[in-house]
Design a protein. Structure first.
Length: 341
């Protein structure tokens, strides 16, 4: 069997671990040929692919990013490509495709599957916002990076009696900010699921200094928004690919806090640092398991499905279920975090 594999969307620690696992399982157990599609769905559309033998994936387990590359595709071009799905597969000589990616990738995978291309999907996102799986690989690494940043910023903030506002990734969901904020002992955690009152945040920081504390750390997700009527702020519009743009909330909030309490307040924006670098052991293990089960799903003919972690076991769920809604931070998880702020 000839199995194609591609990575799409933003890069994520653990992608190479999935690729390696797919190749090892497919080649050694099933005597398959694995074809690596370059630059995600763009490579599928343009017919750019190369064989992946065992030696091609040697040493990539610990590497961040993706050796296959990734690229965005305009929505109109994607729709045109879906109409010729079977021809695209024939052009690069594959019998089935394993697509690794987040919400956008899973949506495209579902479209190609419904158009007749045999597809099995593997979920990835540092945001942990895929609803059909308990967790996605990449999230643990991103949280570890963000937590280390908060830990390091505490010493600088205390030395200079500052407020540090740490802006973390999370456009629509606040899982990274929630987990890193709890692990790093942030004094404020602001997430998209819970609009914040800027006066409440400023009063919290002010009260902390009034008790003799020398610093404060506020963790804020890039998609967090002030409650209506509390602070004038609007995120950006949409980019060329139809995605809403975010950014600036950390800087704006730091300015508001500085003005309110008359103390130095600095924004720190981690940005893509959270995406890069070596994946944690937990992410490597989960990514490897997902790759293994994706190959087995192909050989079972379980097309139109996605690997998912449920408890400690890997299950297959319909891709349509995976993209039905985002997994947002529920109220009870926020209540847990709020108790230790």
């Amino acid at each position: 069997m000839r199995i194609g594999v591609l990575t799409s969307g933003g890069d994520c620690p653990g992608l190479n671990a999935v690729i390696r696992s797919v190749v090892h399982r497919a080649v050694t157990e099933h005597d398959d040929t694995v074809i690596g599609v370059q630059d995600g769905f763009l490579g599928l559309i343009e017919g750019r692919a190369r064989p992946l033998a065992l030696d091609a994936v040697t040493g990539i387990l610990t590497r961040g990013g993706t050796v296959l590359g990734s690229a965005r595709v305009a929505r109109e071009r994607m729709r045109e490509a879906v109409a010729g799905a079977e021809q695209l597969a024939a052009a690069i000589g594959i019998d089935a495709l394993i697509a690794i990616g987040g919400e956008g990738t899973l949506t495209a995978a579902r479209m190609f599957s419904e158009a007749g291309l045999p597809v099995v999907a593997v979920p990835k996102t540092i945001d942990n916002d895929i609803d059909a799986t308990d967790v996605t690989f990449g999230h643990d690494t991103a949280v570890s990076v963000a937590t280390e940043a908060i830990d390091r910023l505490k010493t600088t903030a205390e030395s200079h009696q500052r407020v540090m506002v740490v802006e973390l990734m999370g456009r629509h969901t606040g899982w990274i900010t929630l987990h890193a904020g709890m692990a790093g002992g942030a004094h404020g955690i602001l997430i998209p699921e819970r609009p914040f009152d800027v006066e409440t945040v400023c009063c919290m920081v002010e009260e902390r200094f009034s008790r003799g504390k020398k610093f404060a750390i506020v963790a804020v997700a890039e998609g967090a928004q002030p409650a209506p009527g509390t602070m004038r702020f609007a995120h950006g519009g949409t980019d060329a690919f139809g995605h809403q743009t975010f950014g600036g909330i950390g800087s704006r909030l730091a300015g508001e806090i500085a003005q309110w309490i008359n103390k130095e307040s600095k924004p720190v924006i981690l940005g893509h640092i959270q995406r890069g670098g070596t994946p944690t052991a937990q992410d490597r293990v989960l990514a490897t398991r997902f790759g293994w089960h994706a190959v087995e799903a192909v050989h079972k003919g379980a097309y139109g499905h996605m690997t998912a972690l449920r408890g400690t076991e890997i299950h297959l769920v319909p891709i349509a279920e995976a993209v039905a809604q985002l997994k947002r931070v529920p109220e009870d998880r926020w209540t847990e975090a709020e108790a230790v702020l």
